[in-house]
Design a protein around this ligand. Structure first.
Ligand code: CP
Length: 351
């Protein structure tokens, strides 16, 4: 049994296969209309979503399957104090596969340990969002025809941007990819992401979008996420730090691909929407097809649960990330590899 907790759970070969199947689904959706007849997808969304939840729902329905679930924690028994582990144990007996979004980082690892069906991470706090990355990779493949030899600009909230962290993890495995990381000081890419995925890779950091735009093959804009800030005044100060508009695109390449995981607020002006380089709405549409391919692939896998997130208890260490699931899930063993928390990948502190 396979899970998708982190994009690195899949090899580049498996990603190529998923992308190829998704492209075939776009061309010939009727071939797959009964691929998941009689199967049930559980969509457990403890955080708001439009694209991810609805594209998973649409994907399963397009494969002939059914969907059950909830779109907010308040309408589940979590509101009565039930743990995530117990919730997942229950849904494992009602559904054949689970897609879950949770505000706590590492929550899908906890779920994958107790689930008896495949678990898909549909976003865990500011940590990872691997199915968005599959969506992004399908978009890049359709637009550029390759994953290597690309200069990828990523702009906005690189600190809390889970889509950014997963995209960097995925793209760092390809040849001759240069990352241009565009963010204000307060929202720079966290060290744990740099250490894990960018060691030995080519990247530059800047806070200037206008200066960076001319060299980019891909510009991946992101929203400054109000919901992740602990200090609302900092959000107010940073919320409109980058606004991509038609004027700024004058120096960009003719074949630039402008991407955004959406939702957007102000960071892409509506005057960009009609530019042929604007790929973000097609990107969202691609999410439906790649999730169809993913569901089909995971439902075919058999055998034991492939949980790869192992570590050891260490009474001397404490995870200092307030958003880590290890602080809230009752009865959860706090596990570390060296001084790194298994759940959220951040360095722990000595007590
Ligand atoms: N891209 C994305 O995750 O969008 P939603 O929050 O609407 O699911």
């Amino acid at each position: 049994m396979r899970n998708l907790v982190d994009i690195l759970d899949f090899t580049t070969k498996e990603i190529d296969e998923l992308v190829a199947v998704a492209k075939d689904m776009i061309e010939s959706p009727e071939k797959y209309a009964h691929a998941c007849d009689g199967k049930i997808l559980g969509t457990l969304f403890f955080e708001p979503s439009t694209r991810t939840r609805l594209s998973f729902t649409s994907a399963m329905m397009s494969l002939g399957g059914n969907v059950l679930g909830f779109s907010e924690a308040a309408s589940s028994s979590v509101a009565k104090g039930e743990t995530l582990s117990d919730t997942i144990r229950m849904v494992s007996v009602y559904a054949d596969i689970i897609a879950m979004r949770h505000p706590k980082e590492g929550a899908p690892i906890v779920a994958s340990r107790v689930a008896t069906v495949p678990v898909i991470n549909a976003g865990d706090g500011g940590h990872f969002h691997p199915t968005q990355t599959l969506t992004d990779l399908l978009t890049i493949s359709r637009k550029k025809g390759r994953f290597d030899n690309l200069t990828v600009g990523i702009c906005g909230d690189l600190k809390y941007g889970r889509t950014v962290h997963s995209l960097i993890a995925a793209m760092s495995r390809y040849e001759n990819v240069k990352f241009v990381l565009i963010a204000p000081e307060e929202l720079k890419l966290p060290d744990y992401v740099k250490e894990e995925f960018l060691t030995g890779k080519t990247y530059v950091e800047t806070d200037n979008l206008e200066n960076a735009i001319a060299e980019l093959d891909i510009l991946y804009m992101t929203r400054i996420q109000a919901e992740r800030f602990t200090d609302p005044t900092q959000y107010e100060r940073l919320k409109d730090v980058y606004i991509l508009d038609a004027a700024k695109l004058k120096s960009a390449k003719a074949d630039l691909s402008i991407m955004h995981p959406l939702p957007r607020v102000n960071e892409i002006a509506v005057d960009v929407d009609d530019d042929p380089r604007a790929d973000y709405f097609v990107q969202a549409e691609n999410g439906r097809y790649i999730r169809m391919a993913l569901i089909m692939m995971l439902l075919k896998t058999k055998g034991i649960n492939d949980v790869r997130y192992k570590g050891e208890e260490n009474a001397e260490l404490e995870c200092v990330n307030p958003h880590c699931i290890s602080h809230t899930e009752r009865g959860l063993k706090k596990l570390f590899v060296g001084d790194t928390c298994v759940y959220c990948d951040q360095h722990a502190a000595r007590k």
